[in-house]
Design a protein around this ligand. Sequence first.
Ligand SMILES: [Mg+2]
Length: 341
Amino acid sequence: MPRIIMHIDMDAFYAAVEERDSPELKGRPVVVGASPKGGKGRGVVSTANYLARKYGIHSGMPISIAYRKCPSAVFLPVNMRKYHAVSQEIMGIVRKHGEKFEQVSVDEAFLELHKSYDEAAEIAKKVKEEIKERERLTCSIGIGPNKLVAKIASDYRKPDGLTVVKPEDVLSFLSPLNVRKIPGIGPKTEAALKARGIETVRQLRATPLFALKEWFGDKFGGYFHEMARGIDESPLEEEREAKSAGAEHTFDEDTNDRTKIYGVLAQMARAVVKPLKNQKFKTIAIKIRYENFETHTAQRTLKHYSGSYEESLEVAKKLLEPFLQKNRKIRLIGLSVRKFG
Ligand SMILES: [Mg+2]
């Protein structure tokens, strides 16, 4: 049997967990993220439930804008510890239904099966039922011949969706979609393509490879060319539990106060490393955004695997150091670790 890939994606995960645990939230727009502080908050939205999305609120949006769009929404802080615990339960349910398993993030995973498409659809229904029954949460599932198609399919019908794309239907499924639906095509690439009259996957497929390579370089040009055809040979990466773990903090006021910045960095290092328990990592990365939104990242890969909070903090401090300047104020800092072993 050829391989079939399933992509499982929890629906509005953080918000759904909060709604489940607090019945009084039922029927209300819920926004999980930074504190709105009466419209003066400076962080971003992590997850909005479907009701909040009706007001135009979405993840990544500045919390102050979300507040303006719907001041009566329930704004809740991110409770990562809780979401990780729920995630572990869900991943345990998903994992046992396939031959290979890859967790992509706290609320997303791939499963590989060697069965018929009909059998795969039955398994997907079972996974959904089990998650609903045991965790009282819904997910959306996409099934396809590879990770690319499965991921696009899970996003096709949300929430609580199930979309099956058989190999012979891949092209007709992808063709009418906006290029933005392809993982890896962000707003910048979308705009660059639009400027050349390319908005749908069908139009992208009709674009010659040499043109794509000329516009986006060999690597990305080639990648877009294959994606437009639904081609993706990448295997599931079973060994890693998650690609990365990280946190960001937006200061209430832009600052160049070192004590304050290092204090927040230490808090973040603790919040990122402690929940990993015995999981070891190799790469430590920081992100810094100045008051004018100029953003930099820096990272270091250690020679050994580490699980140490102290070590990550020390490396993060060294990485941050060159960016701390007397005359420049900082808006946001971030810390993440990856390359798990
Ligand atoms: Mg999700």
